[in-house]
Design a protein around this ligand. Structure first.
Ligand code: ADP
Ligand code: ADP
Length: 221
């Protein structure tokens, strides 16, 4: 369903991806693992259409998405992808509920409906209590729960998550991973997550190990 072929991406002299390839099936939950600096975030960003690779291909349902123009890519991301950024990526001056409602508004849902759906997702992730707080005032753990609520609220086909539990303690991390996995299974959504935490990777159907910007063979496929 989602495929990367020989992705190469450099930042100045740093080669973040050196020929990364992978294939993710519809409904699969995969964890991209590897040491810090091995290219995990860059690979996730290429798959999610946030970073364009220098060479190689990213395909969704067999169609290239790395060559789409900006408006088409933006539309695809809004309609089909949910992204949890490493540090949340919430709009700081908006409340938690407004942050979750925002992508729904972009997808042309009404304000009332968007706020109702947002409240529901905040409840599922057990952060209803901070719905009306500005996201700049939230704790790291609250930010991650709100960011996950925002990514799931639009019902995306693919959820991309970069260290979704990094700011949570182990109980909080378990709750967030359970919510992510249960939601994905219920909707047959595909999940690609990046983690260096084995306990998080254990929730995935399959682990894809990166070293020096490429997938370790024999572990991924
Ligand atoms: P991790 O190793 O957990 O992925 P990093 O600290 O490497 O975290 O990266 C955090 C963010 O900073 C990412 O969005 C990454 O793209 C960016 N980043 C990493 N290294 C650099 C760098 N040398 N210069 C600018 N941005 C960077
Ligand atoms: P990981 O997520 O595995 O830590 P990253 O994809 O964040 O790996 O980074 C891979 C390499 O690319 C690292 O050496 C990092 O410093 C570098 N890098 C990542 N993002 C940037 C950026 N925006 N600017 C400069 N260097 C970057």
């Amino acid at each position: 369903m989602l495929e990367a072929r020989d992705l190469i991406k450099s930042y100045g002299r740093t080669r973040a991806l050196t020929g990364a390839s992978l294939h993710v099936e519809e409904g699969e939950i995969v964890a991209i693992t590897g040491p810090s600096g091995s290219g995990k975030s860059t690979l996730l960003h290429c798959l999610a259409g946030i970073v364009r690779p220098e060479s190689g291909e990213v395909l969704l349902d067999g169609r290239r998405i790395d060559t789409l123009d900006e408006p088409d890519l933006t539309r695809l991301r809004r309609e089909s992808f949910g992204v949890v950024f490493q540090f949340g990526g919430l709009v700081p001056e908006l409340t938690a509920a407004e942050n979750v409602a925002l992508p729904l508004l972009f997808n042309r849902h009404g304000r009332q409906e968007s706020m109702t759906v947002a409240a529901d997702w905040l409840a599922r992730l057990e952060v209803s209590g901070c719905a009306d707080q500005r996201s700049a005032d939230l704790s790291g753990g609250q930010v991650q729960r709100v960011a996950l609520a925002r990514a799931l609220a639009t019902g995306p086909r693919v959820v991309f998550a970069d260290e979704p539990t990094g700011a949570l303690d182990s109980i909080g991390g378990e709750q967030v991973m359970k919510a992510l996995v249960e939601t994905a299974r219920a909707r047959r959504a595909t999940v690609v997550l990046v983690t260096h935490d084995n306990r998080v990777a254990a929730y995935a159907d399959r682990e894809i190990a990166l070293r020096d910007g490429a997938v370790l063979t024999g572990v991924g496929r």
